[in-house]
Ligand binder design. Structure first.
Ligand code: FAD
Length: 330
């Protein structure tokens, strides 16, 4: 039906990423207001389990595009496949996760379908009959609200954590398989190999106490101050993404949307502002303690205990107290 809402399923070898259920929640909300169908589209290789995994999660139909050639297809080919399957549906909105894959596919799909592309979005809602999309701007210090006019169509890339996952229901979506001649699609680049990231020496997802350091630490040498506290508490050292991006800590220590999700008994955030991509990876921790010199830092919105102050004064004092407490127990 023209005007449907289409959700792009994010999956690897048939294992559906959690962002898909969040996109389905956003999609259901839009489809209900627009009185259209919600359709999920999965393209790739080995999609055997995808239909069954998603069937009861609120959509009206699942379209599967399965081909071994898609396992190593470059982004331009994947975008072409998705757009060609989507085109006859004339979707009003295509919802995509703002992941590494989504970042690559969103502008390409929108260009082929000749519709708008809105990336890095944190909300999509209907207000007074208009579809309003919210995007962070100026390094997340402000948010822009973009109203889509009348019948404007768009590919909307939503950040992980923007919506709660849709609940399952008794309603079962229909499953349709579509075949596409992937080999016939011209490609200017090809994927030579896909390799797993090397396993690191620590698994932060298993730790009961996670002490996490952010850009507020300032320099690489000072990370040892936070590492010392982690050790004194018997926890592990983790970090926000900028700390990884500049090479101060390895990727396996990163918490957040493009890192690991942790749910420890205690999560201690030191010099971390609390951007949505970070919160996505730690907000379900049992007890969150945040140290930040900015009283308006968003991390305080999720913290159970917030300490407004300079981490270079507070952290060494905590380390001393933890060491003394340990010495007293030994
Ligand atoms: P900042 O935002 O720069 O915050 C530093 C904080 O330190 C500030 O609040 C400041 O007040 C405080 N501070 C400074 N000095 C002191 C001091 N002396 N004492 C106490 N406090 C101090 N980010 C992630 O963390 N994980 C992800 O997985 C992730 N994935 C992303 C994926 C995408 C697609 C995108 C677009 C972004 C992603 N990001 C991720 C980045 C995210 O948007 C933020 O930029 C990042 O989380 C900010 O890290 P930060 O809080 O360490 O740094």
């Amino acid at each position: 039906m023209p005007g449907d809402v289409l959700v792009l399923v994010e999956q690897v070898d048939g294992k559906v990423d959690s962002i898909t259920l969040q996109l389905l929640a956003a999609g259901r909300h839009l489809a209900d207001h627009l009185k259209v169908n919600l359709v999920a589209l999965a393209s790739g290789h080995r999609l055997d389990g995808v239909g069954a995994a998603l069937q009861s999660h609120g959509m009206d139909k699942i379209v599967l595009v399965e081909s071994p050639a898609l396992a190593s297809a470059a982004g331009e080919v994947q975008a072409r496949v998705i757009a060609e399957v989507a085109r006859p549906m004339e979707p009003r909105f295509v919802l995509v996760g703002y992941s590494l894959t989504g970042m690559e596919l969103t502008p390409a799909i929108a260009t082929i379908l000749e519709i708008n592309a809105l990336t890095n979005c944190v909300n999509v809602e209907i207000r007074d009959g208009a579809v309003i999309v919210t995007r962070p701007v100026f390094d997340s210090t402000m948010h822009a609200q973009v109203a889509l006019d009348g019948n404007d169509s768009a590919v909307i890339a939503l950040q992980k954590g923007s919506f709660k996952a849709i609940e399952s229901s008794t309603k079962q979506a229909t499953i349709e398989s579509v075949s596409v001649d992937v080999a016939a699609i011209p490609a200017r680049s090809k994927v030579l190999a896909i390799s797993d990231e090397p396993a690191g020496d620590v698994d932060i997802t298993k730790a009961e106490i996670v002490v996490s350091v952010g850009r507020g630490i300032g320099t690489e040498e000072k990370i040892s101050i936070i590492a010392e506290l982690a050790e004194a508490l018997g926890g592990v050292l983790a970090c926000s993404r900028p700390v990884v991006d500049v090479g101060w800590l390895p990727r396996e220590r990163q918490v957040g949307a493009s890192g690991r999700t942790v749910t420890p008994k205690v999560y201690l955030a030191c010099g971390i502002s609390g951007a949505i991509q970070h919160l996505t990876g730690m907000r379900d921790s049992h007890r969150i303690i945040a140290i930040n010199k900015d009283p308006n830092a968003p991390i305080f919105g999720v913290a159970h205990i917030g300490v407004v102050g300079d981490l270079f004064e507070i952290v060494p004092a905590l380390t001393r107290a933890a060491k003394e407490a340990r010495a007293g127990r030994d």
